[in-house]
Design a protein around this ligand. Structure first.
Ligand code: TTP
Ligand code: MG
Length: 359
């Protein structure tokens, strides 16, 4: 089978220890120390690690780990609270630098994005090096870049030489560089799928690439089997999506001790509403649906939401909707966690235009 296929070059960029790197810009005195960012930055209270510097990772500290565990692994780490507005600000700076390389830019979250660089004249090495330099100059932070024939391999590649890496892979590099990696390195293969693959004797990407499709399909269904096997073989042609709206903004908090006091629940929800409103305003978004999440002490979790007539980023409007949602939940047990989420986001400019047209 011979088919002329234009060779694509996709660049994936992911900032190194992003929240921690931003904090170090303001606290250069902490450079070189194990630093943990998360929650309110108080290790004596309940909280979860958002990220840790590579110095702290040496002790085994990881994102998503409870402070309790992090403290046991690395008792001397310095803790700082998260400051989402500041991370968002720096996120916009590095993304601006990326957009200047090419408008074929796909935003994938606070610290990562893709570029399609297929049509640029410069070599991948030149583009990668220049972008790293530019971002370091504009932000003072390092990032890791992967360049490969598709998004999936580019994302895996950006992680291969972290921090401050630049990994360029062609299709011919896939057997040597990608196949020895664990199957769960493929975005889309989570811990559960990984476990099921292992039960079938498949632990590396190479083993997955070589597995008979029917065998995989019998265990995972045809769609997942086809995706996984093609991805492992380096076949994946999802294009760069240039207009990606964030789907939602949310904030949640886990109480130090489970609470039953309605006043405290209401105060917490009001504070979370204010923070979500602030996030929305920082990104110039408005949202139409407001929801709450409430987890009881026994981990039973309930959600309620309400759709507004007009999209908003006004803290008072969000808070009112949040309280309406709260009124629809029977508070018969102690509460462990509360969350506020605003979804169906749009840019207010676009909304005003629609409004004008309708009038
Ligand atoms: P990542 O890119 O996964 O992590 P990182 O940038 O801190 O470290 P590196 O890329 O060098 O491995 O996530 C980006 C940011 O998202 C991270 O700085 C903090 C936040 N985050 C969380 O809040 N919770 C999480 O569980 C994860 C994985 C990330
Ligand atoms: Mg990162």
């Amino acid at each position: 089978m011979t088919q002329a296929v234009a060779i694509r070059r996709v660049l994936h960029l992911d900032m190194d220890a992003f929240f921690a790197a931003v904090e170090l810009l303001r606290r250069p005195d902490l450079k070189g120390k194990p630093l943990i960012i998360g929650g309110r930055g108080d290790p004596t209270r309940r909280g979860v690690v958002a990220t840790a510097t590579y110095e702290a990772r040496k002790f085994g500290v990881r994102s998503g780990m409870p402070f309790r565990t992090a403290k046991r692994l690395c008792p001397d780490a310095v803790y700082l609270p998260t400051d989402f507005a500041e991370y968002t600000r720096w996120s916009q700076v590095f993304k601006h630098a990326m957009r200047e390389v090419s408008p074929l830019f796909e935003d994938r979250g606070i610290d990562e994005a893709y570029l399609d660089i297929s049509d640029l004249a410069a070599s991948s090495e030149q583009i990668g090096q220049a972008l790293k330099l530019r971002i370091e100059r504009d932000t003072g932070m390092t990032c890791s870049i992967g360049i490969a024939p598709n998004k999936l391999i580019a994302k895996i590649a950006s992680d291969l030489d972290k921090p401050d890496g630049l990994t360029i892979l062609g299709a011919h590099d896939i057997p040597l560089r990608i196949w020895p990696l664990e199957a769960r390195k493929i975005p889309g293969i989570g811990p559960k799928a990984d476990e099921r693959l292992r039960a079938l004797g498949i632990s590396t990407i190479g083993e997955l690439a070589a597995a008979p499709l029917e065998h995989l399909a019998a265990h995972f269904g045809a769609a997942m089997a086809t995706f996984m096997r093609a991805a492992a073989q380096g076949r994946h042609d999802t294009p760069i999506v240039t207009q990606r709206e964030p789907k939602s903004r949310s904030r949640e908090t886990t109480f130090q001790e489970d609470v039953s006091d309605w006043q405290q629940i209401a105060r917490t929800l009001a504070a979370l509403s204010a923070r979500v409103a602030e996030d929305l305003r920082a990104r110039s978004y408005v949202g139409r649906t407001v929801g709450i999440k409430l987890r009881f002490a026994d981990f039973h979790t309930v959600t309620r939401d309400r759709t507004l007539a007009d999209p908003t980023n006004d803290a008072r409007v969000i808070r009112k909707a949040v309280f309406e949602c709260l009124g629809r939940i029977v508070l018969d047990r102690r509460v462990r966690l509360l969350g506020v989420r605003v979804t169906e986001l749009s840019e207010p400019g676009a909304h005003t235009l629609n409004g004008d047209l309708l009038r």
